[in-house]
Design a binder for this molecule. Sequence first.
Ligand SMILES: NC(=O)C1=CN([C@@H]2O[C@H](COP(=O)(O)OP(=O)(O)OC[C@H]3O[C@@H](n4cnc5c(N)ncnc54)[C@H](O)[C@@H]3O)[C@@H](O)[C@H]2O)C=CC1
Ligand SMILES: O=C(CO)COP(=O)(O)O
Length: 375
Amino acid sequence: MIYPGTQANDFSASPVPYTKVCVIGAGAWGTALASVARRAGRETALWGRDQATVEAINTRRENPKYLPGIGLPHGICATTDMAEALDGADAVLLVTPSRTLRDICVQMQPHLGKNVPIALCAKGIEAGSGYLLSEVAAQILDGHQIGALSGPTFATETAMGHLTAATVAFQFSYSDRLDTASSPATRLALSLGSEFFRPYITDDLVGVEVSGAIKNVIAIACGMITGAGYAENTRAALIVRGMDEMKTLADVLGGRRETVTGLAGAGDLILTCSSQTSRNMSLGVQLGKGIARENCFEGRPVVVEGEVNSISVMDLARRMNIKLPICESVFRILHQGADVRETFADVWSQPIEGERRGLAISIDHPVAIAAEAIQ
Ligand SMILES: NC(=O)C1=CN([C@@H]2O[C@H](COP(=O)(O)OP(=O)(O)OC[C@H]3O[C@@H](n4cnc5c(N)ncnc54)[C@H](O)[C@@H]3O)[C@@H](O)[C@H]2O)C=CC1
Ligand SMILES: O=C(CO)COP(=O)(O)O
């Protein structure tokens, strides 16, 4: 007799890749992920709402609106017809911005095959409800396993075939633990993996989602201080203190700290807090330089998840009674008109605490003492 939990998993069964991967959302990241699936040898459908973009992908193998000048692999079947895209698909990647998730799930629901797993690739928390995106999807797509794909992945680089690694997260059911070969995380990793794309697997969906939602807010913060003229030391400090905020939220929602220090957390923070290829960091830089929001990106509407998610992250933090000082600073600057330098100076002059949370230390910041001494 085998007692579950006392026996190593049975790896003798080989996982089987999915046959047809359907990508929902033909923006930059959806198109890049369709390229990943196709390069890995999958039958690949790509649903987009814009007829001209779909036609360009099918006829010229290019997405001129979101990935101009980047050649796409042969064989991606793009369509504006949701039923056609999902027909026969045995795995789905959902890649529209976080604010659209609820609507898109409702649109997909009648066309989904039974038990088809869905990996969410947007980064965010639902405004108003404070739900993780997987919770939103699970409410609508009953009977489907919901996971996430996240990590340090600029769409342009992935689409061009530069080596990219990401985390694929699905909560493991009891049977998944006994038979890892048939878990959606394993099968999706196998379905997308190639010499260009390396998926890692985890069962910590909460940790991955929390990391993805917060990292965009921290990237805006790093951009703001860069634009305002702070130096590299400050940015490095902000990245790591930002990671601490990820850990704080992951802790209260049941995610794991090791996930926060993995690809979907630290990996994505390092990428997007260091490069103005990031739309979040780039928005922050422009705001830090004093450019008005409406003039950033030369007036083009661009998806900047951290902007809306600074509201939902702070809303959730208040409900959970936790402090996220960097996220709060971004929220106050973006949505309450606070000044960049004054706001970050305030973060800097908070009482000094133990670097490890829970260490019972709190002393007045020496800057305040020095200011008094020279008066
Ligand atoms: N671009 C990147 O490098 C990466 C983006 N992501 C995430 O992927 C998500 C999507 O981002 P991108 O593809 O970059 O955005 P994008 O701006 O390039 O494209 C957004 C796509 O969503 C579609 N869309 C917008 N509103 C819609 C609606 N109401 N119904 C249906 N479709 C709608 C647009 O037509 C477009 O095809 C975001 O959450 C982003 O954080 C994640 C990793 C990398
Ligand atoms: O999430 C991303 C890379 O992992 C893309 O970041 P931006 O949305 O800031 O461009």
